[in-house]
Write a protein that binds this ligand. Structure first.
Ligand code: C5P
Ligand code: MG
Length: 192
């Protein structure tokens, strides 16, 4: 089983690259952001709660996100492993994920692939995506900069935890999409 944490700030290309990785290696993508958006669209209680954070560019409380992730992970699949896209985003989520994958999948996290993109480019990409994504949190610069602020204050430390475990690999997230995919593929081949 291959279990990949696809890591990086908002706008670094996690969702885009996850699509290529799932096809190439027969993996299932779990995007906690997508799951929240699905719940917001369907106006569920979880969606309403998440919206109050997401619309401000803040993180949803850990336990809410963790419970949602566990439910998704327990669904039957014939995939060869998982890509965690946008999760973990805090140290507490990282610790929880370590236990969850062992409990539910009887397999560890294989690697954390980290897409490196500078802030200026992130803001440009997110504003551009906001023109078509319909995402409220992509639509204005203030929310975007709050998301990046949350990344540095709460999420960046996730990288340190995977570094300590020797599972952390950085990839330049700027360039041709296909070129970046190839670099990611090469890293996955190493752990297969
Ligand atoms: O991953 P994505 O950028 O799609 O997430 C969108 C928003 O969902 C985040 O800005 C945050 O408000 C919320 N989120 C969260 N915790 C996660 C993933 C997403 O709070 N682990
Ligand atoms: Mg995404």
């Amino acid at each position: 089983m291959i279990n990949i944490v696809l890591f990086g700030p908002p706008g670094s290309g996690k969702g885009t690259q996850a699509q290529f990785l799932i096809e190439k290696f027969n993996l299932k993508q779990i995007s906690t952001g997508d799951l929240f958006r699905f719940n917001m669209k369907n106006d569920t209680a979880l969606g309403q709660l998440a919206k109050s954070y997401i619309d401000k560019g803040e993180l949803v409380p850990d336990q809410v996100t963790i419970d949602m992730l566990i439910d998704e992970l327990k669904k039957p699949t014939d995939a060869q492993g998982f890509i965690f896209d946008g999760f973990p985003r805090t140290a507490a989520q990282t610790e929880a994920l370590e236990k969850i994958v062992i409990d539910v999948l009887q397999a560890p996290i294989s690697v954390c692939l980290s897409l490196i993109v500078e802030d200026k480019i992130l803001v440009e990409r997110l504003l551009k995506r906001g023109e078509t994504s319909g995402r409220t949190d992509d639509s204005n610069e203030e929310i975007i900069s709050n998301r990046i602020k949350e990344y540095y204050s709460k999420t960046a430390e996730v990288a340190e935890l995977y570094k300590k475990q020797g599972k952390y690999v950085e990839i330049n997230g700027v360039g041709e999409i296909e070129e970046i995919s190839q670099k990611l593929f090469a890293e996955v081949e190493k752990i297969k």
